[in-house]
Design a protein around this ligand. Sequence first.
Ligand code: F6R
Length: 357
Amino acid sequence: EKGTYPHFMLKEIDEQPIVMRKIIKEYQNEDNELKLDEDIRAAMKACDRIYIIAAGTSYHAGLVGKSLIEKIAKIPVEVHVSSEFSYNMPLLSEKPLFIFISQSGETADSRTVLVKIKEMGYPALTITNVPGSTLSREADYTLHLHAGPEIAVASTKAYTAQIAVLAILAVDTAHAKGITLDFDLMQELAIVANAMDVLTAQKEELEQLTKDYLETTRNAFFIGRSLDYFVSLEGSLKLKEISYIQAEGFAGGELKHGTIALIEKGTPVIAVSTQENVNYSIRGNVQEVVARGANALIISMKGLEQDDDAFVIPTVHELLTPLATVIPLQIIAYYAALHRGADVDKPRNLAKSVTVE
Ligand code: F6R
């Protein structure tokens, strides 16, 4: 039930800190140690390459997951859009492990891949919000998102839950492989949950930014580098699917290779900057678009912020910033849709679970 909320989407955005804390609780044992199923650990240790298969927002979570698993657990990862993988299968490694990320667990494009790789005899892990779902039943292992039912068509809390669970999987694997880490993931996720509390309380400010930057525009661009690039893709998907503003997310460095031709006076460009190693270069990209008339809205992180930044998120661990930066982008998309009178929870032409290929 929506309770006092006008839309499920807003309720689900607000639930994200609660979901974060629930995940922290569910994935710790009585001694506060992070612990996953022994079989999942063994499968992660045994594989030589991971293939993440997903669609839409779950694919975007998979892109972040690749970075987390490669940096933390030191296993090479490929991320594939499920509908493409079925028809154009890459050359597989000797001991692949497939990870299916799906909120609903019913996405037909992903299921087609699961059926195929099971026929080939490969192991599969499904990360889903619905443990009894098709993708969960047909895989060898399941990790549960614990996000609670997600009703709005636009996925919000499932995305952050997916990233948190992927981080837990990465750290658990690192532990199993004897890799020493210089941070305590559960503590860092607790810091993220607190940051999410702060961010979800800043709706008025974000509604004003939406009015200032997106109210009458036909298009919008999202840019970032590294992890911020992946969040830009998700921010643009959120905006386009519910507000119908044509939106594109891309890597800051790619601007000059084509997209910059579209920048005109007043074009909104939302730039995300939370990574120290690219903070300088993404700001250079912002200058390039501003010089061509763009209306740039910079979302940065405390510690890396500059005077002109429109919105600054609290500091979180550098590998976990997507969990925080996506929240202002979700809220901006929500208000952009609301102000245009769009049906926020049920955007046209879309279904909550896509059970056809
Ligand atoms: C976007 C959205 C979709 C889903 C996609 C995959 O907000 O919700 O892009 O992410 O259809 O769905 P699942 O995760 O259920 O496989």
